[in-house]
Design a protein around this ligand. Structure first.
Ligand code: UDP
Length: 334
């Protein structure tokens, strides 16, 4: 195992939602993170004061070279990127820039400056409308929106780069990430949220009037979209496992689903929010949203077995409770 005392982890997008939770998980496990974030959607306050922070862009090659040298970076966790499916349909070039071109620059910085381990935030959107459910990692990847394609291209770049250079990687294909740190240290804070659980808890707290239900004619039991919601702390813990696996076996690369292997419909999620808050949020049935598949549920056997990852918060009501607690704490802060 690398020496946690000297070997630092560069976390891109560390001021964002998942990145900030990964920093907490790294610190809790004794690793020392360094953050680079351009603060377009992240918040400086989301990064703990004792974590070195650089405001900058991951395509700035001289800056990356300096950070890697100054902090003895041994691994990169790459969270920075754009994450909204409908926005990727409206503005695909933004996604191919932020998610694909900038990842290329970052991977090049890793290779050029001798960083040997790379952990990448990939997505279940790489599968598109999967042929089978739950989806296994070897299910064909046929993304149906630019977001999924922008991330899949980065998986390809990592695979090819690892074959040619001294670098191993883990691409974690996230399912639907939600919730907040149970200790209230971080949570989802970006204004103008579009993700279902965040939107629903905002509505429950009166920050918006209603929640849209995008489509009731999907090929699912109740007609609304089904997703596999995973607590952000379990996802963050998976990143620490991935880091340690990459260091322990430098010849091995991983592409792994990260979900609980269970699906909940939009209606089931809204029911959970009503249950937790003991009130009823206003539901506004609308048509389908562009780029949405019917159902996305992970087969998570591979990550459970390979990393010994043990989810701690596999409970939709608990995820909602933590999201709600953070939303309350956030108040009008953003
Ligand atoms: N959804 C919805 N209303 C919303 C936001 C999302 O009905 O305000 C639905 C969406 O169509 C999908 C599911 O909830 O079926 C999850 O969408 P989200 O945007 O949270 O994540 P995605 O799966 O697109 O990454």
């Amino acid at each position: 195992m690398a020496d946690k005392g000297t070997f630092r982890i560069l976390v891109t997008g560390g001021a964002g939602y998942i990145g900030s939770h990964a920093i907490l998980a790294l610190k809790d496990a004794g690793w020392r993170p360094v953050v680079i974030d351009n603060l377009t959607t992240g918040f400086r306050w989301a990064v703990p004061g004792d974590v070195p922070f650089v405001e900058g862009d991951i395509e700035d090659a001289p800056l990356l070279a300096k950070i890697i040298a100054d902090h003895d970076i041994g691994a990169i966790m790459h969270f920075a990127g754009s994450i909204i499916v409908p926005e990727s349909v409206e503005n695909p070039l933004k996604y191919y820039h932020n998610n694909t071109a900038k990842s290329r620059a970052l991977i090049e910085a890793a290779v050029t400056n001798g960083v040997k381990h790379f952990i990448f935030s990939s997505t279940a959107a790489t599968y598109g409308v999967p042929e089978e459910s739950p989806v296994r990692e070897d299910t064909p990847t046929l993304p149906i929106n630019p977001y999924g394609r922008s991330k899949l291209m980065t998986e390809y770049m990592l695979r090819d780069t690892a074959a040619a250079h001294d670098l191993n990687y883990c691409a974690l294909r996230y399912f639907n990430v939600a919730g907040a740190d149970p200790q209230g240290r971080s949570g989802q804070s970006t204004a103008g949220a579009t993700h279902l659980i965040k939107v629903a808890v905002e509505a429950a707290l009166g920050k918006r009037e209603s929640v849209a239900i995008f489509g009731t004619d999907y090929d699912t039991p109740d007609g609304t979209g089904v997703r596999d919601y995973i607590h952000v702390n379990d996802l963050a813990a998976a990143h620490v496992k991935a880091l340690e696996a990459l260091i322990a076996a430098p010849q091995v690369c991983h592409t792994l689903n990260c979900g609980y292997g269970k699906g909940f419909s939009v209606l089931q999620v809204l029911d959970a929010v009503d249950r937790v808050t003991n009130q009823k949020i206003v539901r506004d049935v609308q048509g389908r949203r562009a780029g949405d598949p019917d159902s996305l549920i992970s087969d998570n056997a591979a990550i459970l077995e390979r990393f010994g990852w043990l989810p701690q918060y596999d409970d939709l009501d608990l995820i909602v409770r933590h999201a709600l607690a953070w939303e309350r704490k956030l108040g009008d802060r953003t």
